[in-house]
Design a protein around this ligand. Structure first.
Ligand SMILES: [Zn+2]
Length: 105
């Protein structure tokens, strides 16, 4: 295993990619993604979500229906749920590919 960066023991546990949920070995201590593809996908979604949050807040200011905090936390919980579901679906698909490869060997 490659040893780079600080505070990395020889048994650094695999990290879980924020985007796809796949396991990977960190090269940098602040790394959150397994690949550039996942990092870019995550950041594209961040931009979309930032706009969605802005629109929801702007709509709230105009209409003032209910609590802003309730509206925001509902939106953020939904986004977190989507992330968990996406990672679980990706992991399940990766496991099926692995199982199919094993069966083919
Ligand atoms: Zn990934």
């Amino acid at each position: 295993m490659t040893q780079r960066g600080h505070n990395r023991g020889p048994e650094a546990p695999p990290a879980e990619c924020l985007e796809c949920g796949g396991d990977y070995t960190r090269v940098r201590h602040d790394q959150n993604f397994c690949s550039d593809f996942c990092r870019k996908s995550w950041n594209a979604r961040r931009k979309e979500r930032g706009l969605a949050i802005f629109d929801a807040a702007y709509d709230w200011i105009a209409n003032r229906r209910g609590s802003a905090l309730t509206m925001l936390s509902r939106l953020l919980r939904q986004m977190a749920r989507e992330d968990r579901e996406r990672r679980a679906a990706n992991k399940a698909a990766a496991d099926r590919v692995k199982a199919a490869k094993l069966a083919g060997d």
